[in-house]
Design a protein around this ligand. Sequence first.
Ligand code: PNS
Length: 164
Amino acid sequence: MTGRRIAVYPGSFDPIHNGHLDIIERCQPLFDQVIVAVLFNDEKQPLFTVDERVELIAEMTSSYSECRVESFSGLLVDYMDEVGASIIVRGLRAVTDFEYEFQMALMNRRLNRRIETVFMAPCEEYSYLSSRLAKEVFFLGGDLRGLVPARVLESMDAKRADRG
Ligand code: PNS
């Protein structure tokens, strides 16, 4: 591989949690640039808009000089071509993630031979954490401190207040 190693860390990030941030931090010494790419998807009721997610992630990652946050739609491999990246980073929490992740990695490689997927293990204390579970626990009144950044929790509180 020649040139700058640009990695894309794609996902829904609704919302970003400490497991995601742990992966982003682990990427820093490995790649020349990391692009956190938030998917515009059709989920009917996301908690945060894509712009809000991009803004929150940008705030959470502002200390990394070679990290930027963008949104994308359409095929991930097409977006990767646009930004000149050839590495996809995905966090692998448990064996249950493996099948879906393996399928995506092989499909993405089939779509573009230049692209490799790198799987990274998060810190074990976040190995059970997902955005879906975080939202469920949050709306049922559970304590997410230590799992979701305080700044994101504030925004979640504001969303809950808006919803009444
Ligand atoms: O965090 P998520 O929601 O599990 O991330 C899934 C994501 C965004 C990586 C995946 O849905 C994706 O890449 N979507 C873009 C559309 C695409 O390229 N689909 C084919 C994937 S093989």
